[in-house]
Ligand binder design. Structure first.
Ligand code: 5AD
Length: 378
């Protein structure tokens, strides 16, 4: 057995093991990691790929993240917010297509009117998408940033059952380098804990290939996901946006795109190997680097894809990074294109299902840490 094979056969991974796996450059060893990730995926989650119809319903944002195209300080962005009826129309289409779940994503806003709006939309989507095929209506994932705990509680009571809040990096120093001081690492972690306490299935993630980020940082990100006991992961390559401080001509250089892509795919595979039964998204940012980026994500252990449902009129206004793909395609075109991509990856689509991660379902049954959950918590 080689050293890498020996690491891959473990159930519990040390920091050094994870660094070793992330740092591999040998093509045969890379392929071995990828194949192990796929085998674990099949064992723990099966072969299905679950859709989350993505509606980017507002690009208003109070934050000024140094990397993000819709930061408050970017005056070149045309700001929009979809109406309740526009969102509902997309949600109904999503349910009719057999996508069992939806993601509602926006920039961060905390005023009362926004909280009321989100609560109302969630409530309506759950009620108005009930059908014999989907007796509980669409599953709803929210991605609306840091909020007060009572807002999280209200969204949960209205029917949202998953929440995505990326930590961006689990290293407090690196976090402080890519955010203004008003955004605090501890607040983000506190939000993740509140979400879990309230009962959400919690997702987080990081950007990969940030200037100054090392494989040690990424290995600690994987440990952070494990220690926070998350149910879902969404992560992808960092892609500079020209109208941001980190995308400015004099900003710190980033790795070339192929290196950022390779590292992102490796992170997906290593997360699958270490975390086993969580849902992992093949994110759109992968496809911003190469046209088949999302298929490659699936082939490295991802099992969730987010088809675009944002109306085409506003899709160009939700540009978090340059070169975002699919901005001109209609929702129907995205559907056809993704079906082709999933088939090309030799996988099938989970139709009319919420597609919760086995990890979340085991927790709901009260099994995490007990004899019926894979013992990966070290
Ligand atoms: N490159 C890659 N991902 C980005 N995000 C924001 N800006 C960028 C960028 N320039 C990601 C962040 C955020 C998510 C909504 O989009 O991780 O949490």
């Amino acid at each position: 057995m080689t050293e890498v094979q020996e690491i891959l056969s473990r159930q519990v991974f040390s920091h050094e093991d994870i660094v070793r796996l992330l740092a591999i450059t040998d093509p045969d060893e890379s392929e071995e990691i990828r194949r192990t990730a796929c085998a674990i995926l099949e064992q723990t989650c099966g072969r299905k790929v679950y859709y989350r119809g993505l509606i980017e319903f507002s690009n208003w944002c109070v934050n000024n993240c140094f990397y993000c195209g819709i930061r408050a300080g970017n005056r070149r962005v045309r700001r929009y917010r979809l109406t309740e009826d526009q969102i509902l129309e997309q949600a109904r289409w999503c349910a009719e297509q057999g996508y069992g779940s939806i993601v509602l994503q926006s920039g961060e806003c905390r005023e009362e009117e926004f909280i009321d709006f989100v609560e109302r939309v969630v409530h309506r989507i759950r009620r108005e998408t009930v059908s014999p095929r989907l007796p509980q209506g669409l599953g709803i994932t929210l991605c609306v940033g840091e909020q007060r705990r009572d807002a999280y509680e209200r969204f949960f009571a209205a029917g949202a059952h998953r929440y995505l809040l990326r930590i961006e990096t689990s290293d407090p120093e690196l976090f402080a380098r890519i955010h203004p001081p008003s955004q605090r690492f501890e607040d983000r972690v506190a939000c993740l804990r509140s979400l879990r306490e309230i009962g959400y299935q919690v997702g987080t993630g990081v950007m990969i290939g940030l200037p100054g980020q090392t494989v040690e940082h990424l290995a600690r990100d994987v440990a952070f996901f494990r220690d926070m006991d998350v149910d879902m992961i969404g992560m992808g390559p960092y892609i500079p946006h020209a109208d941001t401080p980190m995308g400015a001509p004099d900003a710190a250089p980033v790795l070339p795109p192929d290196a950022r892509l390779a590292l992102s795919l490796r992170m997906i595979a290593v997360c699958r190997i270490v975390l086993r039964d969580v849902n992992i998204a093949a994110t759109t940012a992968l496809q911003a680097i190469v046209p088949d980026g999302r298929e490659r994500g699936l082939l490295h252990g991802a099992n969730v894809i987010m088809p675009q449902l944002t109306p085409t009129e506003v899709r160009r206004d939700f540009l978090l990074y340059d070169g975002k793909p699919c901005v001109d395609e209609s929702a129907a075109q995205c559907r056809a294109c993704l079906a082709m991509r999933i088939a090309a990856a030799g996988r099938e689509v989970g139709v009319d299902e919420w597609g919760d991660s086995p990890h979340a379902l085991a927790r709901q049954r009260g099994c995490i840490g007990g004899s019926c959950a894979a013992d990966r918590r070290g």
